[in-house]
Ligand binder design. Sequence first.
Ligand code: CA
Length: 230
Amino acid sequence: MATGAEPLILVVEDEASQRQVLAYNLGAKGYRVVTAATGDEALLLIDEEMPDLIILDWMLPEVSGIEICRRVKLRDDTRDIPVIMLSARAEESDRVRGLETGADDYVTKPYSVSELMARVKTNLRRVRKAIEGQVLSFGNIRLDAEQHRVYHADTPIHLGPTEFRLLQVLLERPGRVLSREQLLDRVWGRDVYVDTRTVDVHIGRLRKALRGAGGSDPIRTVRGAGYALG
Ligand code: CA
């Protein structure tokens, strides 16, 4: 999110008209948007797309918004995704319950679209600040996002902007297999046409740079699936 692709927002809302209004407005603000009409669909998309923020309706058929929020906040690889809960229930006890399941924000229906857009921006900024101030590490490799530097032990490693971003995306989710398509979305952005083989080329460069700095190569190729760290 720090560079490259625009943030990806997942809208989970069972009412088609509301879903469309949100998708349209988010798109107009320059965000990338995916939508889900049910809880099951939402859980699949969270896995596949790894959104940067989730707008989540409380009242959904099958799996409720509260349940989805709880699951997102239980998982190590998704808990930092901000969740804005939408609810038609204005009672204070509902608000408390929503926030207790780990929702980062709570908006009561009917909401003003512009206010919701402002909340999206605020929540994304909060996360981005946390990410930018973060030092990510894996083994002897350390990535300082704020300083835009990478080290092996204490030796600086020089990376191009694409390799830097690739490493950052991998470090944010160690152990998790990322497909070439997911890496393309995260590093290059969804609207850019880049061949998936380009990912392999840049992974190759990243590996070479890491090895060149005296480190081992921590990137694992998962046949038919993609790449993972460790
Ligand atoms: Ca609903």
